[in-house]
Design a protein around this ligand. Sequence first.
Ligand SMILES: Cc1ncc(COP(=O)(O)O)c(C=O)c1O
Length: 390
Amino acid sequence: MTADPFGLDAVTVDSARARRGVKWSGVEGRLAAWVADMDFPIAPAIRDRLVEVVGNDVGYARWPGIGRSFLPAMFAERMADRFGWTPELDHLVELADVMQGVQLALHHLSEPGDGVIVHMPIYHPFLNSIASMERRLVEVPAQRTDAGWAFDYDELDHRLGAEPACVLLLCHPHNPTGHVFARPELERLAEIVERHDLVVISDEIHAELVHADHGHVPFAALSDEMASRTITVTSSSKAFNLAGLRWAILHAGVARFREALGALPNHYFGAPNVLAVEATGAAWRDGDGWQRAVAARLDANRRLLAQLLEEHLPGVDYVPPDATYLAWLDLRPLGWDGDVHDELRARGVELSPGAQFGTQGEGFARLNFATGPTVLEAVVQAMATPPTSR
Ligand SMILES: Cc1ncc(COP(=O)(O)O)c(C=O)c1O
C-alpha cells in the first residue's frame, strides 16, 4: 500500500485544472478555492460501481418501492452506527438535493412574513431562499472569541419574546465558519425551540466531515420532543464529493409536515437518479477507507493553512474549522483598498466572497482547502502576491 493510495496528496494545479466541473472550469485560469467540491479523485469503490452500472443497464431500477430506492434503509443504519440516531424509515423521503428539502420544509412550515432564525454569516442559498420565499430573516450573529466562533443565545431568547419566529434553520455543522454545535449548545437551542414553539430545519450535509476532535449530534437525536419538531435534510454528496449526481434525503419528524407531504401527488418529487443511488450505496458500503484518508488529508490541510497564512499573510484571522474543508478568513487586517473579491481575483485566485454570506461577511472570504497540499500552497502564495490584473 502506498502512502497515498487514493492520490489525495498527489493533486496538483495541473490535475485540478483538468477537472471539468464548475469549480475549475468557470474561473478563467485563476486558482480555484471557492465552491464546495473537493479536488480529490473519486473513491475507487464509487467509480467501479458506476462503471459497472453504466456498462450494464441504466434503465428503470428494481427497487423496494416505486420512486423509493434501497438507500433509506442504509441511511437509517448508517445514522445509528455513526451518530446513535435512529431515523424512522417511513419518515424518510428521497430528493434530488438538500436545498430542495430546505425549501420544501420552509414552504410547508411557514408563511410569507414569518421569522426564520439563522446563524450568521450563512451558506448563501439559505439567504436567497428566505428572501425569495418572503420569510423574515432573524439573525444570530457569530462572535469571534478566543476559543473560536460563538453565538449569544440569551440575546436570541430575549429577542424572540418581542420579535417571534417560527423556524430555526440550522446549518449543522455550520458553513462558512466550520463551527460544530456541541451537545450543551444544542441543548440550549432546544430549550429556546420549545419555549418559543419553533420547528427546526436542520441541514446536516457536512455531518460526516466533522474532524476527529469534535463529534456530531443530529438535532433530531437530542430528545423525543426535538425529534417531533425537526426536519433533517442531508446527503452523501459532501462527504463523498458527489454533488453533480443529485441525491439527498429528508427525515420528516414533524407530523403536520408529513401530512402535507402525504397529500401531494405520487409523482410530485420524481424518482431518484439511478447513478446517484448506486454511487451512494457504493460509498456507504465500501467507501469508508477513502473517506478516512480524505478526513486525514483535510485535517492536515486545516493545520497547513494556518502555517501558510502565518508565513505569507500574517494578520489574516483564521479559526481552523471543527468540521468541513471550508476556511472562513477575515482579510480586513490586510488593509486592501478595494473590494475583497476583486482584490483576490486580481491576484489570480477565486475564493467565495464573504459578503455573499451576509453583511457580517464583508471583508471576509471562504477558502476551500479540499485539495492537494501543493495546490493549497499555490493559492495562499498567490493571495500574498501583488495584484497583476484588475
Ligand atoms: C450547508 C449546505 N447545504 C446544502 C448544500 C448544497 O446541497 P445541494 O446541492 O444538495 O442542494 C451545501 C453545498 O455546499 C451546503 O454547504
